[in-house]
Design a protein around this ligand. Structure first.
Ligand code: BGC
Length: 724
């Protein structure tokens, strides 16, 4: 009797107390129960509306709040919100909560890519820091600014492996290597979502652009991509798997046609791989207008057919094509799209809304901008990330600059704040950024610093005053580079050289006979073969965000020892593209298969980056007896043989030289680690090799295999051969 009473009591405690509200409104019920309850109450029309994302345009703001909100269907699924003011967001949300029958909150998305208001280094530069923990921190700060400004969901990170620097979107990802994209993408996901999706310090991440978008032919945006299945699995899907495993709750389907089936209608990638093989239960949104573009791509004859193709492939939400809202109801009515397909898509949308806690907390607290933006820790992270991501490409000893009394600062990027912000600067403004010139003036208080622009970013201008200044100086700092909108979406270029006028400015300054330090600010690898011989030093700053100036000046003075290394190859010339380190082997080696007119080597390879100290790598050693059956360790001792403390990133590559299933790249990066090594000291770096993760490869069906035989592990200039 007593036992029954007790069990009854326990059971009572476990049964959720009825609140009198529908189950989906009860936060104590499990997510799936809430999803199913809500789904069961929805009409087809309500379901269809959840699957659309609209935007009301950039001009809509708090000043025309009534009109804006009036335009929104109360049952809509999502809005791309271009504002940074919670007041307007809240007014839109109020309409959804109070004027729709079931009170389903909107989810507000936005491209918070490398900073919302505090703008940080661009993603390509971030990868050159080899410091994913720092990128995680940056994304956490950025998430906080965004969520508190009304954004629940960021369309970031972009983890498209990109090997063609003519493609403007190389700026937005983490370079040419699948593993690097996976590691930094996963760090971003943890940064954005890590505080817990319900927290005001987190946003939902969206992996994009799924998949293969970086393979765009000839670097032209939006075009066809030819991707074999082994390459799809080992190069393009690889980082997505890592980031899905890191817990990303959404993905964006891509614009590109993947070998005949566009990314936004690709049942194989969206359903067979993502949903079935990987068990992903979150949401897939199309890229902007990508459903409609299925017509241009020659895959569907009209928007109705395109909507059918996209939803049945696994695109849950239609961003701005207005295909789902127009046709889905009828498509279900006519039986062309089963209701179960729509239900599954709605489930995925609702799940993310429940995970974000939007049903309980639909509104954003209306805090003043000073409470949200430019917090000291965010600014500190912006400085550190800028410092660690800059790459010293060349130095003949002119750097660090010592004992100079007259510094000439020249060039179109020297006193230019806007172009430091890079593409997708979100709510960042030029006025927020610190100009390189100001940083240099602060860094060298005992020197006289004078400035001349020389030419504008297009390379136009009269150089004479700049040349005069160079003659006066002890050293010239020449700040060259690109405009922020020369990279990013739809900014393909046939040549990746800087404008000829900028190169001529360098020639003219060099002729003045003074050492010239060139700094580069750009969103893609550049062709530097005319610049390299003239420059005494070259510092790649990328587009470092608002606090790049202190980092650049600190590197010039030696206060900061540069530690960035390239996460993407710099070709010697545009004609070598595509050129990347993890290429497949050639049938003829030595003198064949090479260019007859130019070198076949890149100017600066993947992993290149100089320091003010020198590091010596010892012989790597295997701890114990390695085998394919269990994880094992390889260690290397690295000694700082110079006079300055320095951060060193050790890159570990593997190679499987012979493979009968499918041939493999010459070498594949599998691990990296960055550590501070004091001058004269040594550090041991350890690569814990898990054969089940690090030594194998995927076949065309995505099956992982590891072959017995010879393997190599490369570290620094050393190679260890293993028979496993
Ligand atoms: C871009 C995406 C972006 C979306 C929303 C598209 O044109 O390709 O990267 O997230 O617009 O702004």
């Amino acid at each position: 009797m007593k036992k029954f009473l007790l069990t009854g009591l326990i059971a009572l405690c476990l049964v959720p107390v009825s609140t009198g509200k529908p189950a989906y409104k009860n936060p104590r019920l499990p997510e799936e129960k809430r999803v199913e309850d809500l789904l069961s109450r929805m009409t087809l029309a309500e379901k269809v509306m959840q699957l659309n994302q609209y935007t009301l345009g950039r001009n809509d703001n708090v000043n025309n709040i009534g009109e804006v909100v009036g335009k929104l269907p109360a049952e809509l699924g999502s809005v791309i919100y271009f504002g940074s003011d919670p007041v307007l967001r809240n007014a839109m949300q109020k309409r959804a909560m109070e004027e729709s029958r079931l009170g389903i909150p909107l989810i507000f998305g936005y491209d918070d890519i490398h900073g919302f208001k505090t703008v940080y280094q661009i993603s390509l530069g971030q990868a050159c820091s080899w410091n994913p923990a720092l990128v995680e921190k940056m994304c956490a700060h950025s998430a906080r600014e965004a969520r508190r400004s009304g954004i629940d969901w960021t369309f970031s990170p972009m983890i498209d492996v990109a090997r063609d620097p003519r493609w403007g979107r190389v700026a937005e990802g983490y370079g040419e290597d699948p593993y690097v994209n996976g590691v930094f993408g996963a760090a971003s996901v943890r940064g954005y979502q890590g505080a817990g999706l319900r927290s005001l310090d987190a946003v939902a991440a969206c992996l994009k652009h799924y998949v293969g978008y970086g393979a765009s032919e000839a670097g032209r945006d939006y075009v066809y991509t030819e991707i074999s299945r082994p390459t799809l699995w080992n190069v393009y899907l690889y980082p997505y798997k890592m980031c899905v495993d890191a817990g990303a709750v959404s993905l964006m389907s891509s614009f590109n046609d993947i070998s005949g089936v566009p990314g936004s209608a690709n049942h194989y990638t969206l359903s067979e791989v993502l949903r079935d093989a990987w068990g992903f239960d979150g949401l897939v949104v199309s890229d902007w207008d990508a459903v409609r573009q299925l017509i241009n791509q020659g895959y569907c004859k009209d928007l109705e057919e395109a909507s059918e193709a996209a939803i049945t492939a696994g695109v849950d939400m239609d961003m701005m094509s207005h295909g789902y809202d127009t046709y889905l109801g009828d498509l279900v009515g006519s039986g062309k799209v089963p209701l179960s397909v729509v239900d599954e898509a709605v489930r995925r949308v609702l799940r993310v809304k429940f995970r974000l806690g939007l049903f309980e907390n639909p509104y954003t607290p209306e805090e003043a901008p000073e409470k949200r933006f430019f917090l000291p820790e965010a600014l500190e992270t912006a400085s550190q990330l800028a410092a660690e991501s800059m790459v010293l490409l060349k130095n003949d000893g002119v750097l660090p600059v010592k004992d100079v009394s007259r510094i000439a600062v020249v060039g179109p990027l020297a006193n230019n704040r806007l172009d430091l912000l890079g593409n997708w600067k979100a709510h960042g403004e030029a006025a927020d950024a610190d100009a390189f010139l100001s940083g240099i003036e602060r860094e060298f208080p005992s020197a006289e610093v004078r400035y001349e622009e020389g030419c504008n970013v297009r390379g136009e201008g009269d150089f004479s005053a700049a040349v005069e200044l160079a003659r006066w100086s002890d050293v010239v700092v020449l700040c060259l580079g690109e405009m922020l909108n020369w990279s990013g979406e739809n900014t393909s270029r046939s040549s990746i050289a800087l404008p000829a006028g900028q190169e001529r400015l360098l020639e003219a300054l060099k002729a003045a006979g003074k050492p010239v330090v060139v700094t580069l600010t750009n969103g893609r690898p550049l062709e530097l073969n005319r610049i390299e011989p003239l420059a005494n030093a070259i510092l790649e700053t990328w587009q470092p965000g608002i606090n790049g100036a202190g980092a650049l000046a600190g590197i010039l003075s030696g206060r900061i020892n540069p530690s960035g290394k390239l996460a993407i190859t710099f070709p010697w010339s545009t004609g070598q593209i595509p050129i990347y380190y993890n290429r497949h082997k050639s049938g003829r080696r030595g003198t064949q298969g090479i260019y007859k007119d130019i070198t076949s080597d890149p100017l600066y390879p993947f992993g290149h980056g100089l320091s003010y100290t020198t590091f010596e790598y010892g012989e790597p050693v295997c701890v114990g007896a390695p085998s394919l059956g269990a994880p094992f360790k390889v260690e290397v001792k690295v000694t700082n043989t110079g006079a300055a403390d320095g951060l060193e990133t050790v890159l570990w590559y593997i190679s499987d030289p012979y493979c009968r299933v499918v041939t493999r790249p010459e070498k594949e990066l599998k691990y990296f680690e960055k550590k501070l090594i004091k001058a004269g000291a040594s550090e041991t770096f350890v690569f814990e090799v898990d054969p089940a993760r690090d030594l194998g490869y995927l076949d065309g069906a995505g099956r992982y295999f590891v072959e017995a035989g010879e393997y190599h592990i490369f570290v620094g200039d050393k190679d260890i051969k293993l028979q496993l």
